[in-house]
Design a protein around this ligand. Structure first.
Ligand code: MRU
Length: 357
């Protein structure tokens, strides 16, 4: 199944916290259960969060207790109008709650806002119609994600050469999206084009998306992959064992790429060793309204560093700093691979090539 889907009034998703030990599908029947799934990273990865945001608003529309609808045969009464307004208030409240779960990936807020806008711009005052519009828009977001990633993957595959060893960080694969993936989608498309590619997957401490999810995904696809500790990347680059780096992104401003903590370190190392550093992300990840310093970086529970499965890794009460993401200045990025083509931040007009809608 896809990473996230809509099934008869519920959201179903693959619980990524259990991988690779267990492949389990869970159901979210309420907005609060979806929010729990987002905060605990059962669903994660920027494009997948975009779909989760869209489906979350659709779920709010379907579970809202307000059902009274104005009809042409019923005179427009205060009661009917108020009922639709209350329904819309439910939608806006759910939208804000969902957006606050994770602040860094722009796709989450983008997915939420897109569904709210579709309902508002339809001009309907019928709750049943609003429900259908919300669901249609959420489904469209999910469908578009799959198609965009296919296009993006083909553009990126052309940058790879037969025999390349490619380092990636975190998971920007099909499980980070509705399907296909961004960085891993590019690698898969290069393999499908007949190139021999092997992957080096950084474990991505503290939550190990690289070892748990990327390594698992690539092994499922029978793409050669070697798992390394995050701290092994530098010496491997120095020894000439890495030809390219490719990562996904949670948000791209004019001056920086936000991605999983550790990405910046890889970019500096790649620059030092003259290794191309690619970012693969759909246009929905771009944020024209902000610069690096306007973006909130999510800080996560200190216990993610202090313990693992109940085993203490640090003294209880150890002071911890646990940012989930970092910012890589665009100067360190060789190319940004999108569904509209490959953009090169070194070109002075690179930002003007980003479609604004
Ligand atoms: O905390 P996560 O697992 O949601 O972080 C995910 C990443 O940093 C990914 O690299 C990013 O979302 C791009 S996914 C195509």
């Amino acid at each position: 199944m896809r990473t996230i889907e809509w099934n008869n009034g519920t959201i179903t998703l693959i619980d990524q916290t259990l991988l690779p030990g267990e492949y389990k599908i869970i159901e979210c029947k309420t907005v609060s259960s979806l929010c729990e799934a987002i905060v605990s990273l059962r669903i994660r990865g920027a494009p997948a969060l975009g779909a989760a945001g869209g489906y979350g608003v659709a779920l709010a529309a379907h579970t809202s207790a307000h059902t009274t609808t104005a009809t042409t045969s019923t005179p427009t009464t205060a009661i009917n109008t108020t009922s639709f307004e209350r329904f819309m208030r439910d939608l806006h409240a759910a939208a804000e709650t969902i957006k606050q779960t994770r602040p860094t990936a722009i796709n989450l807020a983008w997915g939420v806002d897109r569904v709210i806008a579709a309902v508002r711009e339809s001009g309907t005052s019928r709750i049943d119609e609003a429900r259908e519009i919300a669901l249609c828009e959420a489904v469209a977001i999910a469908e578009e994600d799959v198609q965009r990633n296919k296009r993006l993957s083909k553009h990126g595959a052309a940058l790879f050469e037969d025999g390349d060893t490619v380092l990636t960080h975190c998971n920007a694969g099909r499980l980070a999206c509705v399907d296909v993936g961004t960085a891993i989608g590019v690698i898969r498309a290069a393999v499908e084009a007949g190139k021999e590619i092997s992957v080096v997957s950084c474990e991505t401490r503290p939550l190990n998306q690289g070892s748990r999810i990327t390594t698992w995904e690539l092994m499922q696809d029978e793409i050669p992959v070697t798992l390394i500790a995050d701290s092994a990347a530098g010496s491997m680059m120095r020894e000439g064992l890495i030809d390219r780096v490719i990562v996904g992104a949670d948000r791209i401003t004019r001056d920086a790429v936000f991605n999983k903590i550790g990405t910046y370190t890889h970019s500096v190392l790649a620059k030092e060793h003259d290794i191309p550093f690619y970012v693969a992300a759909p246009i929905s990840t771009f944020d024209p309204a902000r610069l690096e310093h306007d973006v909130v970086i999510e800080e996560r529970d200190p216990d993610e560093l202090r313990r693992i499965n109940g085993v203490m890794l640090a003294p209880a009460g150890a002071v911890v700093y646990n940012p989930a993401f970092d910012a890589t200045p665009v100067e360190n990025v060789t190319a940004v691979i999108t569904e509209e083509g490959v953009m090169y931040p070194a070109q002075p007009d690179w930002w003007s090539r980003i479609p604004t809608s």
